[in-house]
Design a protein around this ligand. Sequence first.
Ligand code: NAP
Length: 292
Amino acid sequence: MIALKKIGFIGTGIMGAAMAGHLMDAGFEVSVYNRTKSKADKLVERGAKWCSSPGECAKGQDVVITIVGYPKDVEQVYLGEDGIIANAKEGAYVVDMTTSSPILAEKIYNVAKSKGINAVDAPVTGGDTGAKNATLTIFVGGDETSFNALKPMFEVIGKNIAYMGAAGAGQKAKMSNQIALAGALAGACEAFAYAKAAGLDINKVYDTVSTGSAGSVQMTNIVKRGLDGDFNPGFMMKHLAKDLAIGNETGTAYGTALPILAMVLSQLRNMESQGKGNEGTQALLKYYNVTE
Ligand code: NAP
């Protein structure tokens, strides 16, 4: 087994920039690539090596980590021209931490395997705060030997790191997470819509309800930001819509009815159609007219 020292990190957005920073702090040699170069500037100033393509970022690395936007981005950086699979060395680990399709995760695993490359899907939960504080939960799918080899590296960025099963199982677990999250988020927004319509002081309702049995991480860490007038994204509504669309498609294939997912997805699509997809998920309060 190779000692893991060199990491190529692709996708230095809200989540990736913080995660790559922790890996640098832990002593890994980190090279970075991102579509918009300026979002990697701080890491480069701190000593990360800038690469001009996913292929260049993958070459010669022990591990390549990706946390980009959508499945189409994952497909492009892994399987596209000058992509990761064409350039990673034999025996390398390639780790997709994007929330993406379990079907695509299986495809990447198989293509990688045919070239002697070890692919795992390892999506995360815990939000921007979890990335900043290195307290993410990480759901891992792929070979258990890969999971064991990567676990010390995952421990640099996460706290609850779980092997979920074969390729795609990490993404399937993450979809379960997103379905629960969607219901908790919409439920909290709807509660404040009721409180407002009933003529109550919303802040008093928050202070009481959030500490009781209806309180939730979504209510305290996310919806509260919107009640305070902050709609900057920790997690963008367009990304939650992407997740729920994947959940919807795969859930249908598995024969499961997901009525809460379907409802929240239609609310998020409505917000996207109003040009609000880049706002944080707390902006779902606007769908309920709790805030403007
Ligand atoms: P983000 O800020 O948009 O970061 C994604 C980064 O990837 C962006 O900087 C983007 O470049 C880059 N990128 C996208 N496609 C690329 C490509 N083809 N080649 C190179 N770079 C590419 O989003 P995020 O919030 O960090 O989320 C990233 C992923 O993690 C998403 O799948 C999201 O659903 C998931 N996630 C997010 C959270 C959260 O709370 N934010 C939590 C768990 C999981 P540009 O700068 O050019 O757009």
